[in-house]
Ligand binder design. Structure first.
Ligand code: ATP
Ligand code: MG
Length: 359
């Protein structure tokens, strides 16, 4: 069979069908003719490649030499290829670009189907997972190294020193507890993540839930020279998981006591309020401490993110508290907002939908 030249009538008839096919594809897809011009493109492709115009050469819309080279090779060889293409502006994005040959009437390669699969999100999640494992291992390794060091000392030089033994055992216990707390937090984070898409069904009194946290944290506040003021009209009904809502309140109030209180100044006050605002129940925790610089605010809910890691560790913090709070609130269709001013303190507000069937 001789390689017939592209039949113009055939192309005209075929294009609407090809255009329909790619219109039904979820990823960005386009068809590029043998002359390098784009003959069809679906909506995702038009959104992605803003300079793309049907009938124009592909090279004008997609300034990616690797992709254009691959297209040429596919047209010459008839073998499909996949290359990666990354875009830096306006935001960094990464794509798998697959180029498959489409046979012309005489069996020659008459056009190519170019599909672009967005890998950005997959890559981001991958990086998060890798970072998370690295961070978690690092957090566990530090107390573990200290435990092993003390065990060695107790087996060696401090073997018969009763006073040193007591002191070291107390430190070892703290390190052990620290590891246990970290593992407990990691496990609850993963449990909450698993339940992320299952809405809680029970109806709880949010005001009473927060009140019980205030009561249980009062001794700790007193030890650190802080005073908690609590205001709430009882009851405020929400659909929620009581244990999880307890954790939200516990974390926010504990943070305010641990990081937001300056017992030296008249900044030893932590104000906790539960209120109804519109269709939402809100928990506001306000402190009058040092405040948090603006650049940290968007990152506070990241796992292991701490403004001052030494200070947090000294207060037994794992850096997972606000990550847990955020996940719990997401599950409850709620959200966390944070405002802070250096020298004036911080306000953390957790908002979740009210349960409207009960007053
Ligand atoms: N009210 C606050 N004032 C100042 N800094 C705060 C306040 N709340 C949180 N932070 C900062 O945010 C960081 C993250 O808080 P998060 O609750 O996630 O972790 P943590 O308290 O260190 O550990 P954990 O909650 O597991 O005990 C803290 O380490 C602290 O630096
Ligand atoms: Mg915390």
């Amino acid at each position: 069979m001789t390689g017939a030249q592209a039949d113009p009538i055939h192309v005209v008839i075929r294009t609407p069908f090809a255009a329909q096919m790619i219109a039904a594809m979820p990823d960005a897809a386009l068809i590029v003719g043998a002359d390098g011009r784009v003959t069809a493109a679906n909506a995702p492709a038009l959104r992605l490649l803003v300079a793309l115009k049907l009938g124009d050469p592909l090279v004008l819309a997609l300034r990616a030499p690797d992709v254009i080279d691959a297209y040429r090779r596919v047209m010459a060889s008839g073998e499909a290829e996949t290359v990666q293409w990354s875009e830096r502006v306006p935001v960094e994005r990464l794509f798998d670009v697959s180029i498959g040959p489409l046979a012309g009437q005489g069996g020659e390669v008459g056009a190519a189907l170019v599909t672009l699969r967005d890998l950005t999100e997959i890559r981001r999640v991958e990086r998060l997972r890798v970072d998370f494992i690295a961070n978690a291992s690092h957090e566990l390794r530090t107390p573990l190294a200290s435990l092993l060091g003390f065990i060695e000392t107790l087996q060696g030089s401090a073997r018969d020193d009763a006073r040193a033994r007591d002191r070291f055992l107390a430190i070892m216990r703290d390190q052990g507890l620290r590891m246990a707390r970290l593992i407990e937090d990691l496990l609850s984070l993963s449990r909450i993540e698993q339940k992320q898409h299952v809405r809680p069904e029970t109806v709880v009194d949010f005001a009473q839930t927060v009140r019980s946290v205030v009561d249980s944290l009062s001794p700790m506040a007193q030890d650190l020279g802080a005073e908690i003021h609590f205001a709430a009209p009882d009851p405020i009904w929400v659909k929620g998981d009581r244990d999880e809502l307890l954790r939200v309140a516990e974390n926010l109030i504990e943070n305010a006591i641990k990081y937001g209180v300056r017992p030296d100044a008249d900044a030893a006050l932590v104000e906790v309020a539960v209120a109804r605002t519109g269709k939402e129940a809100t928990l506001t925790v306000r402190d009058y401490g040092h405040g948090i610089a603006a650049e940290h605010l968007p990152r506070l809910t990241e796992r292991f993110y701490r403004v001052d890691a030494t200070q947090s560790r000294a207060r037994n913090g794992t850096g997972l508290g606000l990550a847990i709070v955020k996940h719990i609130l997401t599950r409850h269709r709620g959200k966390l907002s944070i405002t802070s001013r250096i020298g004036h303190g911080s306000t953390f507000t957790a908002a979740l939908p009210l349960h409207l069937d009960r007053k």
